[in-house]
Design a protein around this ligand. Structure first.
Ligand code: CMC
Length: 391
């Protein structure tokens, strides 16, 4: 009709103002509240980055300690929620469980429906950040048939998550500080990424005034897809399928073939037309983890060679396709001991801070309106109903 700007896939539409995250896709720059992701990954912690995203500034030592205590206080989930897990098939995908369980939290926190109260919004944000590790670890425990492990509040956010995931009764479990640091860094790298599909989903769901736990469940659903967060699982499965470096050319040829739906998973990005700065840190973290744990994985060699071949191929050069955050993350997560099915659940855990910070920013905006895109109608013009015996 010419009345609306047509922008399927939102390639050129800004949907909101936001002061959280800045991306320059051509230069490969990612800043959270102004701080470069490389600096945060190297020097900060996931708790500190969470505080930064929620509050706008880096915390003082006291503020960080207080924030960590608050998050720690909320790590338990209602005991009744463990019953909810038992309704899922044992082989349910962890993301299916995450969607269901996080959605179900909306039934546990009736106070969270008053989203006009900034204090209530803050508590909902803290509850979500605190409970995601517990919920994700429980999804894992359920899938392997082991009893749930309760949170331990003397451990760090990430250390506690590792213990809830990997500790088994009657055996001592010591959190490995190298693994803890690597996983914490992976959480930092996934914490926020401006108006990506799942964050936009959370904002859209939240724009109607819906319950925040239900909005985050909507974000989890969106993240699950292989074009988005599901890419970390898909990327490692692809590397396993490729196996040895001699098979790379075959898969490169498939990725370039327009008649083959195959894509290089963990490659390409809507915004980055340069190296994803998160992939740089991720690749370096693989090396550090392997060196400190004295382990190796032949798939890392395959991944490095795949990257090199792709980056020298005119198809990938012309289309500006580079490795993204998900290309190397699976190799570290595997080395730590997570099954591939858990990878996207870990992404959801970390992105929860971005989702709640963006949701809160939106609700706090006095000019906030319900998100309501228009369309270009392509169906039939008005016509008269025909009774069934006349069709
Ligand atoms: N392998 C082969 N070709 C590709 C790839 C790829 N991974 N990605 C894009 N292309 C081609 C695509 O076929 C298209 O070619 P043409 O212009 O000839 O039709 C061109 O590059 C542009 O692709 P697009 O799909 O129009 O670009 P988009 O911005 O809509 O999609 C993307 C971005 C991330 C969905 C896409 O690059 C992709 O599917 N990548 C693989 C999945 C992936 O790794 N996703 C994780 C993204 S980063 C983390 C996250 O968001 O969760």
């Amino acid at each position: 009709t010419g009345k609306f700007t047509y922008d399927p896939g939102f390639t050129s539409t800004a949907s909101c103002d936001s002061a959280l995250t800045y991306i320059d896709g051509d230069e490969g720059v990612l800043l959270h509240r102004g701080y470069p992701i490389g600096q945060l990954a190297e020097h900060s912690s996931f708790m500190e980055v969470s505080y930064l995203l929620l509050n706008g500034e880096l915390p003082s030592a006291d503020e960080l300690a207080q924030f960590s205590r608050t998050i720690t206080r909320h790590t338990m989930v209602h005991e009744q929620l463990s019953v909810f897990y038992r309704g899922f098939r044992r082989d349910a995908h962890p993301m299916a469980i995450m969607c269901g369980v996080v959605g179900a939290l909306s039934a546990f926190y009736h106070d969270s429906t008053d989203i006009s109260d900034p204090e209530q919004r803050k508590i909902s944000a803290h509850r979500l950040i605190a409970k995601m590790p517990t919920i994700a670890a429980m999804a894992y425990k359920y899938s392997v048939g082991q009893p749930f492990v309760y949170p331990r509040n003397d451990l760090s956010y990430t250390g506690n998550f590792l213990r809830m995931t990997f500790a088994v009764p009657a055996e001592e479990y010591e959190v490995n500080p190298i693994v803890e640091r690597a996983l914490d860094r992976i959480f930092i790298l996934h914490a926020d990424h401006e108006q990506n599909a799942s964050t936009s989903t959370v904002r859209l769901a939240g724009s109607s005034g819906a319950n925040p736990f239900a909005c985050i469940a909507a974000g989890i659903a969106c993240l699950w897809g292989p074009a988005h967060g599901g890419a970390n699982e898909a990327a490692l499965n692809m590397l396993k399928e490729i196996g040895t470096p001699d098979r790379i050319p075959h898969y490169i040829a498939r990725a370039k073939d327009k008649n083959d739906p195959f894509r290089l998973m963990g490659f390409g990005h809507r915004v980055y037309k340069n190296y994803d700065p998160r992939a740089t840190v991720m690749q370096q973290t693989v090396r550090e983890v392997f060196a400190s744990l004295k382990v190796t994985d032949p798939l890392f060699e395959t991944a490095l060679q795949l990257e090199e071949i792709a980056l020298n191929d005119p198809y990938f050069i012309d289309k500006k396709l580079f490795p993204n955050v998900d290309f190397y993350s699976g190799i570290i997560l595997s080395a730590i001991g997570f099954p591939t099915a858990m990878f996207t659940a870990l992404f959801a855990l970390a992105r929860t801070v971005g989702w709640v910070a963006q949701w809160n920013e939106m609700i706090s905006d006095p000019g906030q309106k319900i998100g309501r895109p228009r369309q270009l109608y392509t169906g039939p013009a008005q016509r008269d109903y025909v009774p069934v015996d006349k069709r």
